[in-house]
Design a protein around this ligand. Structure first.
Ligand code: HEC
Length: 158
């Protein structure tokens, strides 16, 4: 090998080393960029799960419990507990009882205009009033609540 050939060989070798170096640096940068994007997405997901998201519930409850609790305390807590009887019966499970004993949307009509259920002589409503010695009482549930507020309320008291 003469000096000239040695020089050429060294030139080729260093070229290859530089090329490899560039490839490795390129790969590292690509991996870092991908990693950064991935953690950003994870953070976004965490943000979404953190608050403001309505979780699907195994019992189909999807409403605003905090609003439900507020409405309950404001309007109902003077006569009702959620889990035990007071002036009125325990609220827990009332939506399902109304559905089973009368009709599917009974709960909305009962809370918004019980007097009209009394008027049409809805058997379940009359029975409740009788069982609770309320038949002679002129007071009835006639709360100006929206369907969605009643959903919040009943989901809170589920
Ligand atoms: C003044 C007392 C009083 C207040 C306030 C009151 N209730 Fe009642 N509630 C009763 C009484 C008494 C009964 C049983 C007699 C009847 O059906 O009216 C009853 C019955 C019920 C029932 C039927 C329970 C069942 O087992 O099917 C539901 C549901 C109900 N109330 C929900 C509510 C909700 C929701 C509120 C608030 C928005 C509320 N009540 C406010 C006294 C009250």
């Amino acid at each position: 090998m003469n000096e000239n050939e040695t020089h050429k060989l060294i030139g080729k070798l260093s070229g290859a080393v530089v090329f490899l170096g560039v490839v490795v640096i390129g790969l590292v940068i690509t991996i870092l960029v991908l990693f950064a994007f991935q953690t950003q997405e994870e953070e976004k997901e965490e943000e979404l799960l953190g608050c403001g998201v309505v979780y699907p519930d195994p019992h189909g409850r999807t409403h605003d419990f905090v609003n439900g609790e507020r409405l309950f305390n404001q309007n109902c807590a003077s006569c009702h507990f959620v889990n035990k009887d007071m002036t009125g019966p325990a609220i827990k499970g009332a939506r399902e009882r109304g559905w089973e004993n009368s009709y599917e949307n009974w709960i909305y009509d009962f809370i918004r205009k019980e007097d009209s259920l009394v008027q049409i002589e809805d058997a379940y409503t009359l029975k409740l009033r009788e069982d609770w010695n309320w038949s002679d009482n002129s007071w009835s549930h006639n709360f100006p609540l929206t369907h969605s507020e009643i959903d919040d309320l009943m989901d809170y008291a589920y």
